[in-house]
Every structure is written in structure tokens, then in C-alpha cells.
Ligand binder design. Structure first.
Ligand SMILES: [Zn+2]
Ligand SMILES: [Zn+2]
Length: 177
């Protein structure tokens, strides 16, 4: 199985602990080798000055052009959008190479516990990388591939793939826990 690269492409300083947290969750969910990777550059072209947000679609194209072969998850702190929605937590190419996830909407003002934000980030990371592995949205209760349009949806999901989704992940002999 290909490695997955986790690449911080945010504006502020990367939160090492957050990236490591994401890495562990991706390893657990997909049984893949996951590396925190530092590439050059930022997807500046994805900024939309009218919306003052970043186009997740343009970030995906940029990641595919910029990251080496294999799957890549861009992690950022900028606010992402797709044209039909106010914001998105992340986006991915289903069955492709690239996914992006943002912390921008995962933290709430006054939220005292950083661990909650890290858990949300891990869930959304597994969700988006699940799409890269070809998974679609899943309605089974608690499955991390459930749709999330709000923080509440994110908090309701568990961090894991349900048995059906897990069974659809191509494996190379290693088992996830
Ligand atoms: Zn999704
Ligand atoms: Zn599922």
C-alpha cells in the first residue's frame, strides 16, 4: 500500500502534536505507513479575495501537482469553501490522491479543551482520507464516513470506520487495530 503523507500547508506555525495525532489515527484506520512531510510552498493561488476564504478544490489540484507520488493529506488552518457551501471542513478526491482538511471551523471561541479540537481534526482527517481510498458517505451510526455539515455532526461520529467501510479499504496484508 502506498504511504500517506500528512503535509501542513497552513498559514500559522504547524502544531506538531496535531500532525502527529492525525498520523496515528490514519495509521490505525488504514493500516498504512503515514509520514508527516514538509514540502515547499503554499497553495497561494487557492485564495479567493472576494470570499476571503480558500478554495478546497484548488488546493486539491495544487497538492496533486506539488506533492510527490502517493496519497497526500494537506492540513491547514485557513477557512475552506466549495462554491455551493459557506464552508467545508475538508474535501477529497474520491479514489484519487489528495485530500485537505482544515482546523478553521473545528475550534469554537472559548472552547477550553484543545483535545476536543484534536479529536475533531483526527475524525475529519480519517473521513477525507477515506474518500481518497474510494469510500463514499456512510449512514451507519457513528461511522466516521458519515456526512458532517456542523461541529455537532463531527462530535456525534466516532473516530473509526464502521465494519462495512473498513472492509472496502484495500489492504496489503497489514491489519489495522
Ligand atoms: Zn465526505
Ligand atoms: Zn461506514
Amino acid at each position: 500500500m502506498e504511504d500517506i503523507r500528512v503535509w501542513w500547508i497552513g498559514e500559522r506555525h504547524p502544531v506538531e502534536r496535531a500532525l502527529d495525532h492525525v498520523r496515528l489515527h490514519l495509521e490505525g484506520a488504514f493500516g498504512a505507513r503515514v509520514a508527516v512531510w514538509e514540502g515547499m510552498g503554499r497553495p497561494e493561488e487557492a485564495y479567493d479575495p472576494r470570499r476571503k476564504q480558500w478554495s478546497s478544490g484548488r488546493i486539491l489540484s495544487w497538492l496533486v501537482r506539488t506533492a510527490p507520488d502517493g496519497k497526500v493529506l494537506g492540513v491547514t488552518d485557513v477557512d475552506l469553501f466549495i462554491p455551493i457551501l459557506t464552508f467545508v471542513f475538508g474535501e477529497a478526491q474520491v479514489g484519487g490522491r489528495a485530500a485537505v482538511v482544515s482546523t478553521a471551523r473545528l475550534a469554537e471561541p472559548g472552547l477550553p479543551d484543545e483535545r476536543i479540537v484534536l479529536e475533531r481534526l483526527a475524525k475529519e482527517s480519517v473521513h477525507e482520507v477515506g474518500h481518497v481510498f474510494g469510500l463514499l458517505h456512510c449512514d451507519r451510526p457513528g461511522c466516521v464516513m458519515g456526512r458532517s455539515s456542523s461541529i455537532r455532526d463531527v462530535d456525534r461520529k466516532r473516530g473509526h470506520l464502521c465494519a462495512v467501510c473498513r472492509g472496502r479499504i484495500p489492504r496489503d496484508g497489514r491489519e489495522a487495530t
